[in-house]
Design a protein around this ligand. Structure first.
Ligand SMILES: C[S@@+](CC[C@H](N)C(=O)[O-])C[C@H]1O[C@@H](n2cnc3c(N)ncnc32)[C@H](O)[C@@H]1O
Length: 274
C-alpha cells in the first residue's frame, strides 16, 4: 500500500476486525479521513512545546490539573490541537478486549480522564453501561456534542476526589494516559482513589507509558514504573496481569513523515482486581 495514511487506516481497521467481535466505527475518524484524503496538515498538529509550557505554568503554582481545561478551551473544537486525541479508541484497549473476549452484558464500566470519549463509546458498543469522566468541563461538553445520542453518562469529575457514591460500584474501569500526566504526589492520590472504585470482583485496566526505576523520570507525560503501579496492590487490589511492550505504529504516518511524531514508546498494560 503506497498511501501511508491509507496503510495506517487499514491497519487500524484490521485491529477492529481482529477477534470475535467486529465493531466498525460509525464513521471514519475525522483525523484519519482527513489524512487519507490528503487533507491533513501539520499546522493542525498539537504544539507539544506550547502544551508543556502551559502545564509548567500551572504546575509551578502547585496546580496539577488546571492546564487540561485550558488546553481543551484553546483547542476550541480542533482535536488536532490535543496530542492524545486520536479520535479512535485506544488500540491497547481494543486488543485486550478482543483477546480476552470481553463482553459488557450490561455490566458497569467507568472511563477515567475520558478525553474526547472514544474509549467510552467503544465500551458502550460492547455492551457496558458506561460512565466516563474528565476533570475538564470543556472535554465533557465536547464528548456530548460528538456523541449526542450516546447512552454514555459523560460527567465532569476529579480522579483525585471522585464522587463518594462511586465507591465499590464498577465492574470494569479503564484508565489510559491520565496517571502519567499527573505529578507523583497527585498520581499517588489518584491511584488510591481509583483503587476504591471497583465492585468486589471488579477490574481496573491501566494503559500507560512505562520505564524502569533506573531510567530518568523525564518530562511530562512521565512514564510510570512497576513500583508506581504496585500502589494499586498496596491499596488492596490484586494484580492479574502485567504486559511491558513497545507500541507498534500508533501515530498517523503523516506525522511520522513530518518528523512531528514521537518515537515508538514503551507501554505497560496492567490489570488489577478487587
Ligand atoms: C493525556 S489525556 C488522555 C485522555 C484519554 N484518556 C485518551 O487516552 O485519549 C489525560 C486526560 O485526563 C484528564 N484529567 C487529568 N487529570 C484528571 C483528573 N484529576 N481527573 C479526571 N480527569 C483528569 C484530562 O483532562 C485529559 O482529558
Amino acid at each position: 500500500m503506497h498511501n501511508p495514511a491509507a496503510a495506517w487506516m487499514y491497519a487500524n481497521l484490521l485491529r477492529y476486525a481482529r477477534g470475535d467481535q467486529f465493531h466498525p466505527p460509525a464513521e471514519l475518524p475525522p483525523r484519519v479521513a482527513s489524512l487519507a484524503s490528503g487533507g491533513g496538515t501539520m499546522s493542525g498538529m498539537a504544539d507539544r512545546e506550547f502544551i508543556r509550557s502551559l502545564a509548567r505554568e500551572h504546575l509551578s503554582r502547585g496546580d496539577a490539573t488546571g492546564w487540561f481545561d485550558r488546553l481543551y478551551q484553546h483547542a476550541a473544537g480542533d482535536a488536532d490541537a490535543l496530542p492524545w486525541a486520536d479520535m479512535w479508541p485506544n488500540p491497547h484497549l481494543i486488543a485486550w478486549l478482543d483477546r480476552e473476549k470481553i463482553r459488557g452484558d450490561g455490566q458497569t464500566a467507568l472511563v477515567v480522564g475520558c478525553g474526547l470519549g472514544d474509549d467510552a463509546e467503544e465500551l458502550r458498543a460492547r455492551g457496558f453501561d458506561v460512565t466516563a469522566f474528565d476533570i475538564s468541563p470543556t472535554a465533557v461538553e465536547w464528548c456530548k456534542k460528538r456523541f449526542p445520542k450516546s447512552s454514555v453518562n459523560f460527567v465532569t469529575a476529579d480522579a483525585l476526589d471522585p464522587p463518594p457514591d462511586w465507591t465499590g460500584t464498577f465492574d470494569f474501569i479503564f484508565e489510559a494516559y491520565t496517571l502519567q500526566a499527573l505529578p507523583a504526589p497527585q498520581r499517588h492520590v489518584a491511584i488510591d482513589c481509583l483503587a476504591r472504585l471497583p465492585a468486589p470482583g471488579g477490574q481496573i485496566l491501566i494503559v500507560c507509558r512505562g520505564r524502569d526505576a533506573s531510567d530518568p523520570e523525564g518530562a511530562i507525560p512521565w512514564p510510570l514504573t512497576l513500583e508506581d503501579l504496585s500502589r494499586f496492590e498496596r491499596a488492596g487490589l490484586r494484580r492479574i496481569s502485567f504486559e511491558d511492550f513497545v507500541e507498534e505504529a500508533a501515530r498517523p504516518p503523516a506525522a511520522e513523515a513530518a518528523g512531528s511524531a514521537e518515537p515508538p514508546a514503551r507501554r505497560f498494560r496492567a490489570l488489577y482486581r478487587r
